[in-house]
Design a protein around this ligand. Structure first.
Ligand code: NAD
Length: 790
């Protein structure tokens, strides 16, 4: 054999990462005392433990304390005890602690990486080069936010004790995404990792001890769903931050309804990987390897749906198959391994089951001809072609190394296919034409869009989903808001409506119809049920009647709002002009509205005039802000810029209060409109005539049909209908506590963003009842990553 032959015959030898240090750490630790509570290591009070094992061999790694409800109580108590001092510490003091954590993690990077790989099964190249450095970056980045708090978030303070629950796919990184912003904001935390992957969180707790984190500021408890439930339901916790499946996210949304707990949910995904025919196919294939086979596809934002333009489909699929044949499946501690084992046997069985079902439903599933290691929970990379949009592999999150492929003909079809999912976490767009990519990105219903790239993350750039991928963002400025509260000026407690007005059947002819109708799709329409409500003046006389809106009317209003494309697609300057015009036209009829307020509410003429004036001023304010509450550009430590765009939430339902019936309604509708949302408003149940008087003002003001829809009737009932409607994206409810709680609980169908006053109104006349706090709720932040350079 000559040298050349020898060279070609050379095989890569194994290059396993040394695990001695990790084994020594495992041997030395007492995992029976693995609960880190109040700065001490505790055994579970019930004495229970659970097992964590190495997915590459199935071998037991440790028996870890399994926290009981009493242990969660103790952890919350420790966090509550530490809270006053920690939240009162200066930003600089907190920054020093965050920085110390980051530095201490840097000193143990290798141990973290090996432990993560042993416990989770992810290739060491990923834990070493991605998970651990990104986790460290999070702590160091957030040290800065701690110091910038007063200046960048005026009027805000930490929300309090936070309960955090994370999954197993990025154990250390998810921990960092949760703990770093919470500590920066001055919160104290009780965090529960997933039961499959407790190890790096235990090492992290050791780091907290060494880095001088005050006792009780970080509490880390171990356990499964039971411990999670105890955290979610704990009355001593002010915020729940959850990352995990959409199914559990919905359970948590329901469980926290009406509790007043702040909530963020980072859930599952079925992200589209869109390749246009002018894309650089070789780069797209490399992107795809990262998009779907990174961490064996156990990634929330995995590009698990390949949408490829018809003309290049065959060429791309051929390249993908060739590349798949070269993926190295094997020991995750080997630096050359691309694909390690799945986290657990249950996960492997689940993935196999989904692939089998996908094939039964018509998909052709292809795998490279490679041998699997003899032990461990391995699954070959899998490519499914011939996948119909309804196939389970196109719809369900597989959370494994399985790619479903579909083709599209043109841009519109690509967008439609990409959005044909209940999720909305991420998307990836491949085209050499950056104009096309940036045309498509805003039309994708996803919280993160990568142009000619995938799986780019940074602590400065928000990450989070639309729709059933959850709500809230992690990272950056928007992530900080999740751990802060701004004091909004509270108004009166709202009591349930006393059903004084009985429905009246409307006559079909004869007498002149004095009943105010509903306002749907730009037209005044009769309610479907043909019933109306008699509305009394402050003196108990009949002021008029309004239509009694029903489920069917809400349905019509939502469909009008969804169809009103002209409004979200208008420029911010256009929207601003329409809002100015609304203000102008209301001002022309100010006297009439003031008289109506006095007649209905008994307000003095002076107070009534003031409320009308404030309403006009508020319209003016939002007209002015419509083109100013803008996104940002981030410059992450990568050759990319990230455009954090503010996009409308979509169709927003608004249930307005009785107090300040004109100002309250306008204070809610105007910011929603300013940001390009379309609105279905249910005005005050007691004083709806102020809203029906607005119809003409709206009609004169060039508001496109369907941008504002008004359905009068019983607030509690209509709030429920809006909450359950899956085509409503956001819901703002200022009603009695029971109605608010029900709206939150019933919103789980599509996990719409609910903002409720929890039974309290606001002091609508106050300057604080306007501005950014409202606008922020009216937008989704979408981060579009645009790489540059050759
Ligand atoms: P999971 O929802 O089963 O579990 C997540 C965590 O919740 C675990 O710690 C678990 O013990 C706990 N838990 C389970 N039931 C609970 C309950 N009823 N109440 C409270 N806590 C409960 O999810 P998983 O299988 O561990 O993780 C995979 C999921 O996580 C995927 O759907 C994935 O997309 C998602 N994920 C999302 C993101 C994101 O940022 N959007 C990031 C990573 C993972």
């Amino acid at each position: 054999m000559n040298i050349l032959e020898r060279y070609h015959a050379m095989e890569y030898g194994p290059a396993p990462e040394a695990r001695n240090e990790a084994d020594a750490w495992l041997a030395a630790r007492d995992f029976g005392k693995a609960l880190f509570i109040g700065g001490d290591w505790k055994a579970a009070s019930g004495g229970k433990t659970f097992e964590t094992s190495d997915p590459s061999s199935g071998k037991l790694l440790a028996k870890v304390s399994d926290a009981s409800a009493a242990d969660i109580d103790a952890a919350v108590a420790a966090a509550a005890k530490a809270l006053p001092k920690w939240s009162a510490a200066s930003g600089y003091q907190r920054a020093k602690v965050l920085y110390a954590i980051g530095r201490a993690m840097q000193r143990h990077q290798r141990l973290f990486a090996v432990l993560e790989t042993i416990d989770n099964g992810k290739p060491i190249r990923e834990s070493r080069d991605i998970d651990v450095p990104l986790a460290i970056r999070h702590f160091i980045h957030h040290a800065g936010w701690a110091q910038a708090l007063d200046k960048d978030f005026p009027g805000h303070k930490g929300v309090g004790v936070v309960g955090q629950i994370i999954p197993w796919n990025f154990p250390l990184l998810m921990l960092a995404w949760k703990i770093a912003p919470a500590l920066a904001a001055g919160c104290t935390v009780v965090l529960k990792p997933a039961e499959f992957t407790p190890l790096t969180s235990i090492l992290f707790a050791e780091i907290c001890e060494r880095a001088g984190v005050p006792k009780g500021v970080v509490n880390i408890v171990q356990g499964g769903p039971e411990a999670g439930v105890a955290i979610v339901n704990h009355p001593g916790i002010q915020k729940i931050a959850f990352t995990g499946s959409s199914e559990v996210g919905k359970i948590i949304r329901k469980a926290t309804a009406g509790s007043g707990k702040k909530l963020s949910l980072e859930l599952g995904g079925k992200s589209a990987f869109i390749v246009f025919e002018d894309a650089d196919l070789d780069s797209a294939v490399e992107g795809l390897v990262d998009g779907i086979w990174f961490n064996q596809g156990q990634v929330c934002c995995a590009g698990s749906r390949l949408l490829v333009q018809e003309g290049i489909a065959d060429a791309l699929i051929a390249k993908v198959k060739t590349r798949m044949s070269r993926l190295r499946v094997g020991s995750p501690l080997d630096k050359n391994t691309d694909i390690g084992p799945l986290v657990d046997l249950t996960q492997l069985d689940r993935v196999k089951g989904l692939v089998a079902e996908g094939a039964r439903q018509g998909a052709v599933c292809w795998q490279p001809d490679a041998a699997l290691p003899s032990s461990g929970y391995y699954h070959l990379p899998t490519l499914a072609t011939g996948v119909s949009p309804a196939n389970i592999l196109a719809q369900e999150e597989v959370f494994g190394p399985v790619l479903a492929t579909m083709t599209f003909r043109n841009t519109e079809e690509a967008i439609e296919l990409a959005n044909n999912t209940r999720y909305g976490l991420a998307a990836s767009v491949w085209s050499e034409n950056v104009n096309l990519a940036l045309h498509v990105a805003p039309q994708l219903k996803a919280g993160v869009v990568w142009v000619n790239g995938t799986n780019m993350f940074d602590a400065a750039c928000g990450f989070g989903g639309y729709r059933e991928s959850g709500f809230g963002r992690e990272g950056g400025r928007e992530g900080m808001f999740e751990y802060l509260t701004a004091k909004l000026p509270l108004g009166p407690v709202i009591r349930p409506a006393t059903v004084s007005a009985q429905p009246v059947e409307q006559s079909d002819g004869g007498a002149i119809d004095r009943t105010a109708k509903l306002f749907i799709g730009g037209k005044q329409v009769r309610p479907d049920g043909k019933y109306s409500l008699a509305i009394a003046t402050a003196k108990g006389k009949l002021a008029g009647e309004v239509g009694l809106g029903s489920r069917k009317d809400i349905r019509d209003a939502v469909s009008a709002a969804r169809g009103a494309k002209a409004w979200p697609e208008a420029t911010a300057y256009n929207r601003s002009q329409v809002l100015y015009y609304l203000a102008e036209n209301l001002s022309g009829r100010a006297g009439e509205f003031a008289a109506r307020l006095t007649e209905l509410t008994g307000a003095t003429p002076k107070a009534a005039r003031e409320e009308v004036e404030q309403s006009i001023e508020r319209l003016f304010l939002y007209a002015g802000l419509a083109d100013k509450f803008e996104g940002r550009v981030h410059q992450p430590p990568a050759r990319a810029v990230t455009l954090a765009l503010h996009e409308p939430v979509g169709v927003v339902g608004i249930v307005a209060p009785d107090s300040s019936p004109l100002l309250g309604l306008i204070s809610l509708v105007a910011p929603a409109l300013a940001m390009g949302n379309t609105v279905v408003a249910v005005p005050s149940e007691r004083y709806p005539l102020l809203a029906t008087d607005l119809y003409q003002v709206i009609e004169y003001s060039d508001v496109p049909a369907g941008a504002i829809n008004i359905v009068t009737g019983r607030s509690a009932e209509l709030a429920g209908v809006l909450a359950k409607h899956d085509d409503v994206d956001g819901l703002w409810v200022f009603a009695d506590a029971e109605t608010c709680a029900k709206a939150e609980a019933e919103s789980i169908g599509n996990l719409k963003r609910v903002w409720s006053g929890n039974g309290r109104g606001l002091d609508w006349a106050s300057d604080e009842a306007a501005g950014d706090a409202f606008l922020r709720r009216a937008v989704e932040v979408k981060n579009v990553w645009v790489p540059y350079g050759d």
